[in-house]
Design a protein around this ligand. Structure first.
Ligand code: NAD
Ligand code: MG
Length: 353
């Protein structure tokens, strides 16, 4: 089993990554919780809900599902979950379990963060992308005016990751998760990048998955331990995200996955980095890898001005000034301010390629 400890300002928690570990959740849960409330989505629950309840003995165990997809990370679902928690008489000594991808994790985590001013929760991630969302303690729901605008920093009590659950993911979700893993390699670990670049996603083994998730989680954990509230180096995790967020907003959420948008954003950031620092930073290698693994790579029909405007609306832009994470070398990210004119010309040449 791969195991990792994350230290936060309030407590430490463990991340366990293994095969078939979903049948052993009961071993990781303290036995003095007054009740347990499992939140999942309607695609994940039929596959894994029964499995994770194996061995949990309390009679006070409840569960519910949300419709799968980003649209469920909303105030109505949040309110419905709080209502169930109250109807089932959860109290301060209750535990919430989030079983699913980042949508379930963010929503269930925010319910836990705010129910009676905060109760324990654990993350049982079932997507590759959720190696990112389940670690670091950010929990949130969306507002009509912006994604993740209502939320908190509220770390879980544990993260229990069963790589066997990832076998049922559709290909585009595998691509989505691996884009974030490759992002972590680019910003922090050149050796990990060398392992990932020859990889064919269609043939990854469980051992590779375990190893890659472990390395990705470790990079993320190291960063959030040093900067929990994103005041400085946590921003590096936004490598590829400035354009990605704009693209997702312009295309409408759901057209491509988050990670697929990040893949395009990383190419763009690498293009600018190679130009600014006048050296190879693996743009060509990343492009080959993404093409070989069937990532959708065009900027579609989005206009450049719309993309720049969308970048300014991103909540990480400060005072309408667009900041991007670039690389000065592999494993050495830098945050750089870019003017509209610079962005315009970079986007124009990027779009032509
Ligand atoms: P998701 O939770 O929507 O899952 C993707 C799809 O896969 C869904 O349709 C889901 O039902 C399905 N699915 C999940 N597990 C499955 C399995 N094992 N087998 C088959 N199908 C399965 O999306 P995601 O990509 O996991 O997460 C995206 C969300 O995560 C976004 O809302 C994003 O804002 C959030 N996020 C949060 C953080 C953070 O730090 N909190 C970081 C990154 C992303
Ligand atoms: Mg991301």
């Amino acid at each position: 089993m791969n195991e990792l400890v994350v230290h936060t300002s309030t407590h430490s928690y463990n991340i366990y990554i293994d095969e078939q570990i979903r049948y052993q959740i009961s071993k990781f849960i303290a036995n003095d919780y007054s009740s347990i409330f499992i939140i999942s989505d309607d695609q994940v629950a039929p596959l894994y809900l029964d499995d994770i309840m194996t061995g949990i003995e309390t009679e006070r165990i409840f569960h519910t599902v949300i419709p799968s997809g980003e649209a469920s990370k909303n105030i109505d679902q949040y309110y419905r979950l709080q209502t169930i928690a109250m109807e089932k008489k959860l109290d301060r000594r209750s535990l919430i379990i989030a079983l699913g991808g980042g949508v379930v994790g963010d929503l269930a985590g925010f319910v836990a963060a705010t129910f009676m001013r905060g109760i324990d929760y654990i993350q049982v991630p079932t997507t590759i992308l959720a190696h990112d969302s389940s670690v670091g303690g950010k929990v949130a729901i969306n507002h009509e005016l912006g994604k993740n605008m209502i939320g908190n920093f509220y770390p879980p009590k544990a993260v229990i990751y069963d790589v066997n659950t990832l076998k049922t993911l559709p290909d585009h979700e595998i691509r989505s998760g691996y884009a974030e893993l490759i992002k972590e390699a680019f910003i922090a670990n050149a050796e990990f990048l060398q392992q990932l670049l020859p990889l064919t996603l269609a043939t990854i083994s469980n051992d590779q998955l375990k190893d890659h998730l472990f390395q990705g989680v470790k990079i993320k954990a190291d960063i959030v331990e040093k900067d929990e509230k994103e005041l400085n180096i946590r921003k590096f995790l936004n490598f590829g995200h400035t354009l990605a967020h704009a693209l997702e907003a312009e295309l409408g959420y759901g057209k491509i996955t988050h990670g697929e948008a990040v893949a395009i954003g990383m190419l763009f950031a690498l293009k600018i980095s190679e130009h600014k620092y006048n050296k190879s930073l693996y743009y060509d290698q990343l492009l080959n890898w993404l093409q070989g693994n069937n990532y959708p790579l065009s900027l579609f029909h989005t206009g450049i001005d719309q993309l720049i405007n969308a970048m300014k609306l991103d909540k990480k832009a400060q005072y309408q000034q667009i900041q991007m994470v670039l690389l000065s070398s592999i494993g050495k990210p830098v945050v750089v301010n870019l003017t509209d004119d610079e962005l315009h010309s970079y986007l124009q040449s990027f779009k032509k390629e």
